[in-house]
Design a protein around this ligand. Sequence first.
Ligand code: MG
Length: 389
Amino acid sequence: MAVKNIVLLGATGSIGESTLKVLRGHPDRLRLAGIAAHTRYEKLAEIAREFAVREVAIFDETAAEKARASGLFPPGTRIHSGPEGLLALATLPAADVVVMAVVGTLGLHPALAAIRARKALALASKEILVLAGKFVMAEAARLNVPILPLDSEHNAIFQCLHAEPQRQVDRLILTASGGRFRDSSAEEMRNVTPEQALQHPNWSMGPKITIDSSTMANKGLELIEARWLFDIPQERIDIVVHPQSIIHSLVQFIDGSILAQLSPPSMTFAIQHCLFYPGREQGVVPTLDFAQVFRLDIRPPDLDRFPCLRLARAASAAAGVAPAVFNAANEVAVAAFLKNQIPFLGIPAVIEHTLAAISAGEPENLDAVLAADAEARCRAAEHLSAVAV
Ligand code: MG
């Protein structure tokens, strides 16, 4: 069977780690052709040595300089850097699948470049579709390039849809763990510290997404992401809290039947599905154990305690640049919260203020979206002092 060449952008993050786990399990089927990271070049060098990777990109120029001087990479390694470095990796001639797992919207241009180079795009960075879903999906459709959903919820929906005709789909049901504070009172949530918010009950992930999970902004971003990936209006996408993170999402068809995808909470299932799609291979971590008693609880989310969810839905309904504004304001607010500049509940306050400050026109092109994104970041930053601790 043919070997698939994989390029992994965001190799040192948690998705990167899970992707490497899948690659280790299938050395004869999957080959790592290129890797990229933001700054952590020592870890990148370890990966380069383990997988004999010769094409490497480090986004941060200073870190890239250190990497070149370090002697840590195998002889003959090409070390690219900056935004051009990510583009070089995303369009690497040898690549069959590009795994996009860089934090935030940094991956937007590399994602578009990968699509234009006709690479299958396994998309983990949800912010890319939240920011520019209209343009990214249009480009993929125009060039007939598959976008493979790597986020566990969207991958679950992708598996359940199984190419059923659109008209047969009634609703998508996204599951949410509910995050660290799903059972906390409104009063307790007032005094949440970054240290507390960074502890996720089920998933081990990077700081940005862990905070997003604790505010449930993550599920809001996923709602918007699902809207673009599956071309379904937001009012037909439900969100339910499922604390065990075993049902990764569900699809309800027009006849009332519901299909769900289940697996233990490990990203390797979704990643492996993307890498071998449309085929399947042996998994790399233990499966669900039906000899054990386990529970699958479902309950509706509390929009009062998790206003980010309500704001994300409002942004999705407003459409135009509103989702991009939501995302930008959230990124600014989360960064400020992590630096102890604003309280936990300051995050939705900053988002709400920023959404109200920017009119949600329909963007004519990518530049209009990027301008709205930049303006939102300014407005959000200005508002930080108003909610400061
Ligand atoms: Mg997810």
